[in-house]
Design a protein around this ligand. Structure first.
Ligand SMILES: [Fe+2]
Length: 464
């Protein structure tokens, strides 16, 4: 049996999110009871009964129900369930470890059959393997109403390259928009909100559909055009983080707009001050510190622009602990969207080379972000951010346990220490034909440490 994994979109089916969470909660509970008690124990019967009610709630007497566990993410009815994938990470990983990539439940499945299916799910992966794999175990249990299977990808190479083109266009659209706005603002005109709205809508769609591909793009840098790339990167990082918190389209639209425009106030600051290598004079520093206020004013003058974006622009340098600028009144909480942008902004700025500072290696920047949790940055958001990008974010150059050198391409499925990398050099240091390697795979080496690409003379962009 093989389940199809069609074009995936990440939205929750309206109203089904709560039912799905009920199902996952009761599945996790039934699995636990089945591990702790013998099959005839009342606790097991109770848990199976709860699971059956949750399934009935989702099926509503209708069609077959399919859950797909793909690359550490849960897919339900062709949609990536972003929040549930994080909430039920442990359950999804345990099921994946059994070699199960999809689970289909037919309408009206009996409780006794559900109990047998849950018993299989509560086995150790090594026991299932010793018994001849998941297909054998399913056959032996005589399951017909619950089917475990594999995923067959139907995404063609053509579709994949179309997606890649679309993602790149979304990214470049964001960079170009900021470049154009910079020209408009510096010539004393007010930018139009319509192109902002289209660009942000495209970014929101791309991040929600293909988060890890967009996170790869969000690591692009251009020293000479720092602000343009930085703005696009902060927008993508913020949207990726924000979509882990909520799938509310209106919130994500405002977040994307605020994140993309967070530094528009700098467009009125003299370029010599922005690019100054040495310390700023008090006057120069004052004009820099004014950019959240002037940016928010500028956004407020753009009719049709979502005005929540102005709040994000105003608050992006305020800190979680009440420090930062502009000063906020005591008791005034920094908006959730502003707290998200603050995390993304801090990380992207640290990993970029500036006229006054060198870029920090990715793992060092991530460690500094983690250190700021609870002081300048929101600790919950920092935890999600580290989980999202991994301890070794995209673009990190790493030495593997077997001595080979690799560039991190994207975060792994579930383990923040085990990303997907491109191996670029042998243990001897000799460059090899780059090859993709998922460090989450069986037998893959650990990461020993992060390396400084500059000292190795490696151009990371060549490998992404
Ligand atoms: Fe800023």
């Amino acid at each position: 049996m093989s389940a199809r994994l069609p074009g995936i979109s990440p939205q929750s089916p309206a109203g089904d999110g709560a039912h799905l969470r009920d199902l996952l909660t009761s599945l996790a509970a039934a699995r636990r009871s089945s591990q702790l008690y013998p099959p005839e124990h009342p606790a097991v019967a109770q848990a199976i009964g709860d699971l059956k009610s949750a399934i009935d709630g989702l099926q509503r007497g209708g069609a077959e129900l399919t859950l797909t566990f793909f690359d550490g993410e849960l897919v339900f009815e062709d949609r990536v369930m972003t929040q549930e994938s994080i909430l039920f990470d442990q359950l999804i990983r345990s099921i994946g470890a059994l070699g199960i990539e999809s689970m289909q439940i037919v309408p009206g499945v009996s409780s006794s059959e559900l109990a047998r299916a849950v018993r299989i799910l509560s086995e150790d992966a090594s026991d299932i393997e010793a018994a001849g794999g998941i297909e054998r175990a399913t056959q032996a249990a005589g399951l017909t109403g619950v089917r475990f299977g594999h995923v067959r990808l139907i995404h063609s190479d053509v579709e994949a390259s179309e997606d890649a083109d679309r993602d790149r266009r979304a990214y470049e659209g964001a960079v170009d928009l900021i470049r154009e706005m910079d020209q408009i603002v510096r010539s004393g005109r007010t930018p139009d909100h319509r192109s902002v709205r289209t660009t942000v809508a495209t970014l929101v769609d791309s991040v929600r559909m293909r988060r890890s591909a967009m996170l790869e793009l969000a690591s692009l840098r251009d020293f000479d055009h720092y602000t343009f790339y930085h703005s696009a990167n902060v927008a993508i990082l913020s949207l990726a983080l924000g979509s882990l918190v909520t799938e509310d389209a209106r919130f994500l639209g405002a977040l994307g707009t605020g994140a993309l425009l967070h530094d528009i106030g700098k467009m009125t600051v003299d370029r010599d001050i922005l690019n100054k290598a040495g310390a700023l004079t008090p006057e120069e520093w004052n004009s820099m510190r004014d950019h959240p206020v002037s940016g928010a004013r500028m956004a407020a003058r753009m009719p049709g622009l979502d005005q929540s974006a102005a709040v994000v622009i105003l608050e992006h340098h305020m800190a979680y602990d009440g420090s930062g600028y502009p000063r906020r009144h005591s008791g005034q909480m920094q908006h959730l969207a502003s707290r998200i942008v603050a995390v993304a902004d801090a990380y992207d700025a640290m990993t970029s080379r500036r006229s006054y500072s060198e870029a920090r290696p990715q793992d060092e920047a991530m460690a500094l972000v983690a250190e700021s949790a609870g002081s300048t940055l929101d600790p919950t958001l920092v935890r999600l951010f580290v989980m999202m990008l991994g301890v070794y974010p995209p673009r990190s150059v790493v030495r593997l346990g077997d001595g080979r050198t690799a560039v991190v391409v994207r975060p792994g499925g579930s383990d923040p220490l085990r990303p997907v990398v491109k191996v670029i050099a042998a243990p001897t240091g000799e460059l090899v034909e780059p090859v993709l390697l998922d460090l989450g795979g069986a037998g893959a080496p650990d990461i020993e440490r992060c390396l400084d690409p500059a000292s190795l003379n490696i151009e990371v962009d060549d490998y992404l």
